[in-house]
Design a protein around this ligand. Structure first.
Ligand code: 6R9
Length: 665
């Protein structure tokens, strides 16, 4: 395997610290190319956000752009009414664009693809919306969607949106327990799932996992719709009494017309569960008007999406990136969105590049973890394909190191595509910090300035702005349309998690409220923000957010485990990997059997993405005198770094013992 470290030519051509200008050919055609946009937004705030709302068709015009009378419960575009499904589908058909492609679905098996024009998507969505209604789904009922990357997932999302039923998508790679926790939390009585899907050529049984999860749901689940994805490769499960086959159900509603329900701008469009500091995942609530405007606006301004483009975001729809930038943003703009079922290395390591070539993809939006893998596989894979259709590249999910950035820029973009490194979160709904591709120079490794209208600052623990180059905490001072409105059914936790750190929580003046995303960052003299990573107990494995507490509670649930501490250690491909330090109960050995049971316990509770890279058995964990586990120290040990001061420990002798057990390869 070629080692990119040993690519002196590349390193020499693109030295660290170099700044790249937007390519002229890109600037000439860009949606947003006027640098005055920053001033315009600042001087005209919050009315500037009408520019985002203008990307949508409203059934009822809004009266007020921002109602900030009750911070941090901000409301956007109040009085306005709209429907997300209408905005993502019908209006494009009404504009005479019904025959243009909305979704290009590429299955993992190389001979399987499906194209949906906007008219076809409309028909499918209306039929499934009619079916959901028939099953009893009413406006405001939360429908859980537990599906992999198959077309029925966006179809179900849009069908829910059409009838005003918020969806809660659970990533298909999550475990049965994770499904149950989320359905319980949202009191969701409806589920859409599938029989299985393909992973690297093999069919996976998804219905069995679903059924296991349903056993853990505490309320009655009235209906489960099951998509038959695998056909003859299926596992032959019989459907239970409350389960219906998707195709059979939809066949009953052939040609059905379902009027899109006008929704209040502030009505919930969906819930998305994400990891936080405590064990329980948080149900992030997004609304119809603000979220959709923001997803559409950022797709337009940052990803430069145009109706005639073929745009591809390689994320999974089970994460926020897929919601905003596979489904809602691109479809609201009427473009063609590509959706790929499989992994980038199946059947070979050039699969993505084959798809880019085949579909003439114009924008590619992916994650640093994927780019690091491409780098490791070598440039001969992209080199086999004509990638000249690409006009813009994007990354999201975790910090990108300059070397990976440069590789992407050079070998995928041919030094002719701007790269947008976009910082944002499940909670922010859309991008917050990134260069505008035709306006700002690019600095590899640094996301860039906050977007127009976004007031992001790097501050110290007292809230004072730090100087250029100093590490601090990322904060956001003004609200924005795409922000979460609350955590489902838990306003108190919403305030606790995001607003207590830097706000005057007794104040009813919005200026006294500051959003804290729990990321560390630095800022340079040009205002470019470099995000360093989470400062809470959340780790980022391959761009996926995992709570260390969730993993710890899974491990402690395993028979024979007394105590566990989980930290993120550096990992070449994944960015971070899970390191678990475990104390066994008396009478149990830290042996292979226990290690395997711990790994299985984590996979059952969360999913394979949370699988510990290393399980280290120890008799004690390093603790401060007040009894707190010194996680920093455990991280340093995982990374094989020289340890700082251990004198504040109650039990300094344990450190050496643990160090000797970590492999650091
Ligand atoms: C969209 C998404 C959010 C966390 C976030 C931060 C990290 C995302 C990043 C980045 C550095 C970037 N993150 N994008 N860090 N540079 N461009 O990923 O949402 O799953 O909620 O994760 O991901 O730590 O706080 P989510």
């Amino acid at each position: 395997m070629p080692d990119q470290d040993a690519d002196p030519e590349l390193e020499a051509r693109l030295p660290e610290g170099e700044v790249f200008e937007p390519p002229e050919s890109f600037v000439e055609q860009a949606n947003v190319s006027d640098p005055d946009i920053y001033d315009e937004f600042e001087q005209n705030w919050p009315e500037c956000w009408e520019r985002a709302a203008d990307h949508l068709s409203w059934d009822e015009e809004y009266d007020t752009v921002l109602d900030d009378s009750n911070p941090p419960f901000y409301e956007w575009f109040t009085g306005g009414e709209l429907n997300a499904s209408y905005n993502c589908i019908d209006r494009h058909v009404e504009d005479g664009r019904g025959d243009e492609e909305a979704l290009e679905w590429v299955g993992e098996p190389t001979d399987e693809t499906r194209t949906y024009t906007y008219s076809e998507l409309q028909r499918e969505v209306e039929e499934f919306a009619a079916a959901l209604r028939d099953r009893g789904v009413e406006e405001d009922d939360i429908v859980t969607l537990y599906m992999p990357m198959i077309p029925e997932l966006p179809i179900a999302m849009l069908a829910c949106a059409r009838i005003g039923a918020p969806h809660s998508v659970v990533f298909a790679g999550f475990s049965a327990d994770a499904l149950a926790t989320r359905m319980n939390s949202a009191d969701s009585e409806y589920l859409v799932t599938c029989d299985g899907y393909y992973r690297r050529g093999d069919p996976l049984d998804h219905l069995e996992k679903t059924n296991e999860g349903l056993e853990g749901v505490e309320h009655e689940v009235s209906d489960v719709v099951v998509v038959d994805r695998l056909g003859d490769d299926g596992f032959g499960h019989d459907l239970a009494a409350n389960q219906t086959d998707y195709d059979d159900l939809v066949a009953e509603f052939e040609g059905a017309e379902v009027e899109p329900v006008p929704r209040d701008a502030e009505d919930m469009l969906f819930l998305m569960y994400t990891s936080g500091t405590t064990g329980q995942p948080k149900g992030v609530k997004h609304t119809t008007g603000g979220y959709l405007s923001y997803a559409a606006w950022t797709s337009h301004a940052v990803l430069d999406v145009k109706p005639e483009d073929t745009y591809w975001c390689s994320a999974d729809i089970g994460w926020i990136t897929g919601h905003s930038y596979i489904v809602y943003g691109p479809l609201a703009l009427g473009t063609t969105s590509v959706m790929y079922e499989g992994t980038p290395d199946y059947p070979d390591k050039d699969r993505l590049w084959e798809i880019v070539e085949e579909y003439d993809v114009n924008q590619l939006y992916t994650a640093p973890t994927a780019i690091r893998a491409f780098m490791k596989w070598g440039k001969e894979y992209p080199d086999q394909h004509d990638l000249s259709s690409l006009r813009l590249l994007g990354t999201v999910g975790e910090p990108i190191n300059p070397r990976a950035w440069k590789w992407y820029y050079t070998h995928i973009g041919d030094e002719d595509c701007p790269v947008v490194d976009t910082w944002w979160q499940t909670e922010t709904g859309g991008m917050m910090v990134t260069t505008l591709p035709a306006v700002n120079d690019m600095k590899p490794g640094s996301a860039g300035p906050p977007l127009p209208g976004i007031d992001a600052n790097i501050v110290d623990t007292t809230g004072e702005q730090v100087g250029a180059g100093e590490a601090g905490y990322l904060t956001v001072n003004n609200p924005w349309p795409g922000m979460l409105r609350t955590l489902y059914d838990n306003d108190e936790r919403f305030i606790d998690e995001y607003w207590t750190e830097y706000s005057d929580t007794d104040s009813s003046d919005a200026d006294d409220w500051v959003y804290f995303p729990e990321d560390g960052a630095t800022v340079d003299e040009d205002g470019y923000i470099t995000v360093l990573g989470r400062v809470d107990d959340v780790i980022n494995v391959s761009g996926h957010r995992l709570g260390t507490m969730e993993i710890e509670s899974a491990i402690v649930g395993v028979e024979g485990v007394a105590e566990a501490a989980v930290v993120g250690g550096d990992h070449e491909l994944k960015g971070e990997a899970v390191y678990a330090y475990v104390i066994t109960e008396d009478g149990y050995d830290g042996d292979e059997d226990l290690r395997e049971r711990i790994i299985a316990g984590v996979e059952d509770a969360i999913g394979p993405i949370a699988r510990p890279e290393e399980v280290v058995f120890t008799t004690e964990l390093p603790k401060t005198r007040s009894g707190k586990i010194m996680r920093r120290l455990l991280e340093d040990i995982a990374n094989g770094e020289t340890l700082g001061n251990t004198s504040t420990l109650r039990n300094p002798e344990v450190v050496e013992d643990i160090q000797s057990k970590v492999s650091n390869d």
